[in-house]
Design a protein around this ligand. Structure first.
Ligand SMILES: Cc1ncc(COP(=O)(O)O)c(C=O)c1O
Length: 446
């Protein structure tokens, strides 16, 4: 570790004493002191006291301008007044029905208008929604195999907890990635049907289809790899996948848990003009409440309609969650809001690019819609093998040093990206960039 990095950590430790006490206590009760592995931060995470608008206050009384926004789930920002009002109003009418209600129809109409899929079902998390989407595809096609991309995360169920960020020594060739399970506790049989390809490699995907004739049920992907910074598809990649899926009779699933309503009103379908067979949504559609959904044509959804494929859930379409979604989609995420957010995000990405250039840092900034990041490598990322060479140490230094300056630049980890929300202002973008002006020289001397 360099003395610069040590100085960043020392300052962080100095500023977050109360958080560390809370974390020490939490470690006795919660493995690693957190409720999701993605929240592990060394030397310790900050503990949140409140999150309102664009400001997070931690247990030590530090205030941060937040660009993490709950791993991007909060395009509406924290405690948006319209969301708070909708939650209060719905809570008085009941917190859980587990029976049909008006909001289910209202939100489904909005999702259909945005994403073009005829019918929808609700879940509580992205994990649940990708699991159901894959089962639906398997039911519809009568096939078992699933193609996913190396480096991609689609939730924590067994079929897709494969080759998420595999050690390269186990991962085989870039053109033929080996399947590597991420977790103990998953029997081999659970992911034996999962096939792995490299992102942006149409040839590799074709080979998998050809080697597994009439066996591939679906191909699931994030249209932009938002679990590898912001790794964009090459121009022919998504149309190429669409054509391959049609040629080989497999369903194309867009996991739009992150891109969903955040790169365009209608997500990647609108942005890239490529239509998947099944669309999976979560995070931002719920305005901060735990909502996910999957949608498909009436023909594919006939599997659920006929009860041949099972989808159930006590908390599916929770009325409080759907009340938040209705306000989010119909009142907050307006065309005007998108214009503002996208323009602010462009300013942030451009500002970063300028400062990176001025300081001669070996990295680049990019962004799409409301999201962006610094990718800590010089050349543009195309796939997981590229991402594996990202400078994780510099990324961690950036994260902690920005927190020291009062800005949470994005969720922790070099695989993540920031979210500009409807509540951010030009002043927030300036605050962010000013903080980076102070941090950039530190990165130079790591
Ligand atoms: C692309 C993608 N799919 C699925 C998931 C899983 O969603 P959840 O955390 O709601 O289970 C995530 C979570 O980050 C994600 O980024």
């Amino acid at each position: 570790m360099s003395s610069t990095y040590d100085a960043i950590v020392s300052r962080y430790l100095e500023r977050t004493k109360r958080s560390r006490e809370l974390h020490d206590e939490a470690k006795r009760l919660l493995p690693r002191g957190v409720s999701s592995n993605f929240r592990v931060v060394d030397p310790n995470p900050i503990f949140i006291e409140s999150a309102v608008g664009t400001t997070i206050t931690d247990a030590d009384g530090n205030r941060y301008t937040d660009f993490a926004n709950a791993f991007g789930a909060l395009l509406v920002g924290h405690a948006h007044p319209k969301i708070v009002q909708a939650l209060e109003a719905q809570a008085r009418r009941g917190t859980l029905h587990a029976m049909p209600h008006r909001l289910e129809v209202s939100v489904a109409k909005e999702l259909r208008a945005r994403f073009g899929q005829d019918q929808w079902r609700y879940c509580n998390s992205g994990t649940e929604a990708t699991m159901h989407a894959i089962r639906l595809a398997r039911g519809y096609t009568g096939r078992s195999k699933v193609i996913k991309f190396e480096g991609a995360y689609h939730g924590a169920h067994d079929t897709v907890l494969v080759s998420n960020k595999p050690p390269l020594r186990l991962a085989g060739l870039r053109s033929r990635p080996r399947r590597v399970s991420w977790s103990e506790g998953i029997p081999q049989e659970s992911f034996v049907h999962t096939l792995v390809a490299s992102f942006n490699d149409l040839k590799g995907v074709r080979a998998l289809f050809e080697e597994n004739p009439n066996e591939v049920a679906c191909l699931i992907l994030e249209p932009i790899m938002m679990n590898m910074g912001v790794t964009e598809p090459l121009p022919d990649f998504l149309p190429g996948l669409r054509a391959l899926c049609s040629e080989f009779g497999a369903l194309l699933i867009f996991d739009e848990v992150k891109t969903g309503v955040k790169i365009a009103r209608g997500g990647a379908t609108e942005y890239y003009k490529v239509t998947p067979d099944i669309t999976v949504l979560a995070k931002a559609i719920g305005g901060g409440m735990p909502l996910a959904a999957f949608g498909a044509s009436a023909d594919i959804m006939e599997e659920l309609n006929s009860l041949r494929v099972i989808h159930v859930g006590t908390y599916a379409s929770n009325p409080i969650t759907l009340a938040a979604a209705e306000v989010t989609l119909k009142e907050i995420l307006t065309d005007e809001a998108y214009r503002r957010v996208f323009a602010l995000n462009r300013r942030l990405v451009d500002g970063y690019s300028r400062l990176i250039r001025e300081h001669g840092l070996p990295c680049y900034a990019n962004g799409v819609g409301s999201m962006g990041t610094i990718n800590f490598r010089k050349d543009v990322l195309r796939d997981y093998r590229d991402w594996a060479s990202v400078d994780k140490h510099a990324s961690q230094a950036w994260y902690l040093a920005m927190l020291n300056e009062g800005v949470i630049p994005q969720p922790p980890g070099p695989d993540e990206q920031w979210t500009v929300t409807v509540q951010h202002t030009e002043a927030d973008i300036e605050t962010h960039l000013k903080a980076f002006t102070r941090v950039a020289p530190l990165l130079k001397s790591l």
